[in-house]
Design a protein around this ligand. Structure first.
Ligand code: HEC
Ligand code: HEC
Length: 253
């Protein structure tokens, strides 16, 4: 089962010539002749065959070797203990390799709609991040642990570090979804702040103004709600929700 995916690892070899290892690696370290502790990959693989999958793992997760191995980031690789299992991410990665094998078995059961089956690989899920989450999921996690300001700082960091790299979708739905999560958890003030930010980034989206209006509506500020529902309708005359809400606001007056 797991054997099948080794073909994929093999095909990564060509890729590894393109990926250059960061400079601290330019010490005397070389791939071990005989790896000591392979539990998932074939035990008889010489160390040199690990080069492609290891670099592939690192680039798929956007990390360096120290993320899964015992060693300090930036230190020469000769100081690392690659055979050790003390870093819990190594066993997590082993389980991922096994999972990849079983998902690929499942994928063989479907008739692909394209010319051939899409290869499932670490980056299919990870896209350059160790924990593959959407912006919305990540912001909700930070919000629950540390509050709104920390979540917004986290958003700014993500945007700075990942924008345009395919790891996250920075489209309007990211902050819009986060704002709606805040509405659901009764943080109306936080939601309004988030929707406002989003309207600054996507001022031409009717949907974004509709959400801001909804925030004000929930806050009981009918004047602002009306204003932004009107703006949303201007941009998107087919927005039935905005029409309905404007009627509702009129009835309340
Ligand atoms: C996402 C996690 C991950 C990353 C990143 C990673 N590795 Fe590994 N590495 C593993 C796992 C898992 C194994 C063990 C595989 C097995 O049990 O079959 C392993 C095994 C090894 C081994 C064999 C050790 C032995 O003697 O048994 C070497 C050498 C190695 N990795 C080098 C590297 C180098 C160099 C890098 C950075 C370019 C790197 N790895 C990045 C997960 C990772
Ligand atoms: C089907 C999607 C998927 C694929 C394919 C996948 N992963 Fe993962 N991986 C996840 C998810 C989801 C998590 C987060 C699990 C959690 O912590 O709840 C994760 C977590 C991890 C972690 C732990 C990261 C952390 O900081 O907690 C490592 C290491 C990892 N994956 C390595 C790999 C490697 C190496 C591959 C390829 C062999 C791979 N993954 C393939 C979905 C995937």
């Amino acid at each position: 089962m797991v054997r099948k995916i080794f073909g994929i690892f093999g095909s990564m070899v060509s890729l590894c010539f393109v990926l250059t290892l960061s400079s601290p690696a330019q010490d005397q370290w070389s791939w071990p002749e005989k790896p000591e502790n392979l539990q998932v990959l074939p035990k008889d693989w010489p160390g040199s065959r690990l080069r492609a999958p290891m670099r592939g793992f690192a680039s798929a997760l956007g990390v360096d070797c120290s993320y899964c191995h015992v060693g300090e980031k930036g230190k020469p690789l000769s100081t690392y203990d690659f055979a050790s299992d003390a870093n819990p991410n190594k066993n997590r990665a082993r389980e991922m390799i096994r999972m990849l094998g079983s998902i690929n078995d499942h994928l063989e059961k479907i008739e692909p709609s394209g010319e051939k089956r899409v290869n499932l690989w670490c980056h299919t899920c990870h896209r350059g991040r160790p924990r593959p989450m959407t912006i919305r999921e990540e912001l909700v996690e930070v919000y629950k642990m540390k509050g709104l300001q920390a979540a917004l700082t986290h958003y700014a960091d993500l945007k700075k570090n990942y924008y345009g790299r395919g790891a996250y979708d920075f489209g309007e739905s990211a902050l819009n979804g986060f704002g709606h999560e805040l509405l659901r958890s009764e943080d109306v003030e936080g939601a309004i702040k988030v929707f406002k930010m989003n309207s600054e980034s996507f001022p031409k989206s009717g949907n974004v103004w509709d959400s801001l209006a909804e925030g004000y509506f929930k806050a009981g500020d009918m004047k602002m709600a009306e204003k932004w529902y009107r703006k949303s309708l201007e941009l998107d005359p087919k927005n039935q929700n905005a029409n309905d809400m404007l009627k509702k606001i009129k009835e309340r007056k």
